[in-house]
Ligand binder design. Structure first.
Ligand code: ADP
Length: 177
C-alpha cells in the first residue's frame, strides 16, 4: 500500500469484478454495449441491468466517462470509460488515456464516491504498451489527487502478474520511501 497526499493507493493482482469499492472502472468501447476482456467480464458478473443502463446512456466518446450501477457485483457503481486504441503514439493516445483516468475520477467525485478501482485501460485489445500506459494511469490519478483531493483510495487491479509487478515498480519509484 502506498500513500499520496493522504490518499491510499494499492495494487491488487486479480479480477476487478470481485473487488469491493464504491466504483470499479470499466475499459469500455464507444458503444457501451459490451465487448471482450474486462468489459465482457463486468457485464457477465454484473448481470443485464448494466447493459440496460448503458443502452439508455447511448455511448461514450473516447476519454470520457459514464456511470451505471454495478448490478450483482460487490461494488456500488461501474464507471465506464473509453481508452484510445493505440496506433503509433502520435494519435493523441497519451492525452486520451490520461483523460480516461482523470474523467473517471471527476465522475466519482460528482457521485461522492471515495474508493475507486481501475483496470489497466487500453492495454488489452486496444494495444497500448503496458509500461507507457501504467505511467499515464499513475500520473492521471496523482494529478487528480493534487487538483481535487477528494478521494480516499485508489486500487489498481492488474490481471496478470507481469502487469502487477510493473505497477509495483512504477509506484515504488514514484512513492516508495
Ligand atoms: P481495452 O480494449 O481497453 O484494451 P481489455 O479489456 O482488452 O480493454 O484490456 C484491458 C486490461 O484489462 C488488460 O490489461 C487485460 O489484461 C485486463 N483485464 C481483462 N479482464 C480483466 C478482469 N476481469 N479484471 C481486471 N482486468 C482485466
Amino acid at each position: 500500500m502506498y500513500k499520496y497526499r493522504g490518499v491510499k493507493i494499492s495494487i491488487v493482482e486479480g479480477d476487478i469484478t470481485k473487488i469491493k469499492a464504491d466504483a470499479i472502472v470499466n475499459a469500455a468501447n464507444n458503444t457501451l454495449l459490451g465487448g471482450g476482456g474486462v468489459d465482457g467480464a463486468i457485464h457477465r458478473a454484473g448481470g443485464p441491468t448494466i447493459l440496460e443502463q448503458c443502452k439508455k446512456i447511448g455511448g461514450c466518446p473516447t476519454g470520457e466517462a459514464r456511470i451505471t450501477t454495478a448490478g450483482n457485483m460487490p461494488s456500488k457503481y461501474v464507471i465506464h470509460t473509453v481508452g484510445p486504441i493505440y496506433d503509433d503514439g502520435t494519435k493523441n493516445e497519451e492525452q486520451l488515456l490520461y483523460n480516461a483516468y482523470y474523467n473517471s475520477l471527476k465522475l466519482a467525485k460528482e457521485y461522492k464516491l471515495k474508493t475507486v478501482a481501475f483496470p489497466s485501460i487500453s492495454t488489452g485489445v486496444y494495444g497500448y504498451p503496458k509500461n507507457k500506459a501504467g505511467r499515464v494511469a499513475i500520473r492521471g490519478v496523482m494529478d487528480f489527487i493534487n487538483n481535487e483531493n477528494d478521494i480516499e483510495e485508489i486500487i489498481f487491479v492488474l490481471f496478470s502478474k507481469d502487469n502487477y509487478l510493473l505497477y509495483k515498480e512504477l509506484l515504488d519509484d514514484e512513492l516508495g520511501d
